[in-house]
Design a protein around this ligand. Structure first.
Ligand code: HEC
Length: 194
């Protein structure tokens, strides 16, 4: 079971303040749809990454991640009608900078992971007002697994060939220094309320 999303928590908290007990409000159907889109992309990327690492080591897989990850996000966007991308508080791709809503979500994920919530279940969904438009937003944490540390781990633990390639492609790389279980970033979806 996934965690209740934030408005549910807010409504439940307000009701509790009023002295009422009420069941958690039902989740709007678009949240499950967004969750499905967000859940489909990372395993696909992981499979490609695994194959490439087996074939050419992590240094050989860097280019694949660089090309395939944005391509897969674009394909998911075109198929689903949601705009899909990856972001991080310590981004590698210079474009993977979170906006204010995503930053607040990522910071809350770090706090929740520190409080021992399972990182694989960290998500938030909300409908927000942006530039006069109502927008649906969904974000899900991407935790660091064993495989990830070959390219996102402690700088001194990276293979020299990996460090050299990352330095060449991402001179301003902040995406290193992670341990298994940390939150590396998130997959994030948005669309105007249909
Ligand atoms: C073979 C090396 C490699 C491995 C293994 C790898 N990554 Fe990455 N990762 C990259 C590269 C390269 C980028 C930048 C891609 C781009 O240019 O969009 C990246 C970017 C990301 C981003 C987007 C945000 C940013 O900082 O640009 C996230 C999130 C991410 N990786 C998570 C993971 C997770 C989680 C794993 C393990 C499941 C993982 N990565 C494994 C190389 C790797």
């Amino acid at each position: 079971m996934t965690r209740p999303v934030c408005w549910a928590a807010t409504v439940a908290a307000s009701l509790a303040l009023l002295g009422c007990t009420a069941p958690t409000p039902a989740e709007p159907p678009w949240v499950a749809q967004a969750r499905g889109v967000a859940a489909a992309v990372p395993p696909k990327l992981l499979n490609v990454l695994r194959d490439e690492i087996d074939r050419g080591g992590p240094e050989g897989a860097i280019e694949v991640c660089r090309e395939q990850a944005p391509k897969m996000a674009k394909a998911a966007s075109e198929q689903s009608g949601w705009s899909v991308r990856r972001v991080s508080l310590r981004n590698r791709n210079p474009k993977a900078v979170p906006d204010a809503w995503e930053r607040a979500a990522l910071e809350s994920f770090d706090r929740r992971a520190a409080a021992r919530e399972p990182a694989t279940q960290l998500e938030l969904a909300d409908t927000v007002q942006e530039n006069g438009q109502r927008v649906q937003r969904y974000i899900r944490a991407l935790p660091v697994a064993e495989l990830c540390v070959s390219c996102h781990g402690q700088p001194q633990d990276l293979k020299p060939a990996v460090s050299a390639k990352l330095k060449a492609l991402y001179p301003d790389d902040h995406g290193v220094g992670y341990r298994v279980g940390d939150i590396r970033g998130a997959i994030t979806l948005r669309r105007p309320v249909p």
